[in-house]
Design a protein around this ligand. Structure first.
Ligand code: DGT
Ligand code: MG
Length: 377
């Protein structure tokens, strides 16, 4: 008997926001492969293809068992012909030739290295690749013109590509909490992003800040930034102002999925244990202070939300990215609603639906509540 004969059929819903996706799952050997192809599709700006691979991977993440044979997949949603071909090859041969050749390709490796620089998107990386550049060092050697974000990205390249640990996130939470409360007593600070979903490491630390008194949060970010700067905690920051206005005749549509809260993209200078961090040079920013302590650069995102939008902002900033995308797709396609990190608009009733908690938003959407730890789609 094949192992698959013991595996009960899994009834899987087709939107990721209808499913529970734990952080640790059983099919990393398949999802890693599919996500490599998704990332490669992003590098060539083929969004449709990228999302198709991400959806396939996400279905496998929600399975309660290891996939051992193709027949276990026959009733699952979202698995397209290309993904199935890749999965089949891995189940039969242990690896997929397409995935392996992608991983080894010069273009994929260069695009990974270049988009791994803070402030560098796919378009810029692709232009540099076509000009013959392959790595951050190539940018320095050829004297490329870089904006401020990119300069910081190159300067702190190694640190920013070293995963942030949960422990570091807790230390930063403490700093942010104290700073924000000093500037605005009564403020509420929530750790969002991957750490809220239970991740042990992340590429940055995300915070959402609000205050129960609507309006008290206005123009808060510059004060927070000043206070952090006074403490010598910021290596880089760029603040964007709140540009969200609720329109009476329908949802104010952002040009992209970017929301319009007051937001600060920053790089923190985090004191670290001198024993666990070696002194570095160019691309390793760690350096020894006069006090003998060392520090490292960590990406931190701060977002300020009015209290009335806080539930939507919390949901929107907790992720995962695919989970968010699927929530918006569900809202639009199944409910004729429009969901953003600011609001939920019901097109049939032609009105905004208020919510004070994430649970209420799931209820408005006709979805079972999924806790953050199971939004790892
Ligand atoms: P990582 O890579 O370990 O930091 O993983 P995440 O899940 O924390 O990803 P991150 O930090 O890029 O973003 C956190 C969540 O916030 C993500 O699931 C989607 C959301 N998010 C990020 N940037 C934006 C944005 O510009 N607008 C909106 N609406 N949401 C965003
Ligand atoms: Mg994050």
């Amino acid at each position: 008997m094949k192992p698959s004969d013991f595996t009960p059929a899994v009834k899987m819903k087709s939107y990721a926001c209808q499913r529970r996706t734990p952080l640790k799952h059983h099919n990393l050997f398949l999802t890693d492969a599919l996500e490599t192809l998704a990332q490669n599709a992003e590098f060539s700006e083929n969004e449709g293809r990228s999302v198709a691979f991400r959806r396939s991977a996400s279905v496998l993440k929600a399975l309660p068992h290891v996939v051992r044979a193709m027949d276990e997949l026959k009733d699952l949603p979202c698995l397209g012909e290309h993904s199935l071909r890749v999965i089949k090859e891995i189940l039969e041969d242990g690896t997929s030739s397409e995935v392996e050749s992608t991983r080894q390709s010069e273009q994929f490796q260069a695009m990974k290295a270049l988009t791994g620089i803070f402030g560098v998107g796919v378009r810029t990386a692709d232009r540099w690749f076509r000009e013959g550049l392959r790595s951050p060092l190539d940018l320095i050697h050829t004297g490329q013109k870089l904006n401020h974000a990119q300069q910081a990205g190159v300067q702190y390249y190694k640190d920013l590509n070293t995963p942030v640990t949960k422990k570091e996130a807790v230390v930063i939470s403490d700093i942010v909490e104290k700073t924000v409360k000093a500037v605005l007593p009564g403020a509420i600070i929530t750790l969002t992003g991957g750490f809220r979903r239970g991740k042990e490491v992340g590429h940055d630390v995300d915070f959402l800040i609000t205050h129960p008194e609507e309006g008290a949060e206005e123009r808060l970010m510059p004060k927070i930034v000043n206070c952090l700067e006074d403490q010598g905690l910021l290596l880089y920051q760029k603040t964007t102002v709140n540009s969200y206005l609720e329109s009476k005749d329908g949802p104010a549509r952002p040009a992209s999925n970017m929301d319009r809260f007051e937001r600060c993209f920053s790089i923190f200078k985090l004191e670290v244990d001198s024993e666990t961090h070696a002194e570095g040079s160019l691309s390793n920013s760690c350096s020894t202070h006069h006090s003998g302590s060392t520090w490292r650069a960590v990406r931190v995102d701060l977002v300020v939300s009015p209290y009335s939008q806080f539930a939507f902002a919390t949901l929107g900033w907790t992720g995962s990215k695919l989970f968010e995308r699927e929530l918006r797709r569900w809202a639009g396609q199944e409910k004729a609603m429009s969901l953003s990190s600011h609001a939920l608009y019901d097109s049939k009733q032609q009105r905004y639906l208020r919510a004070n908690s994430e649970e209420e938003i799931f209820t408005h959407l006709g979805l079972e509540y999924i806790p953050p730890s199971e939004r790892n789609a």
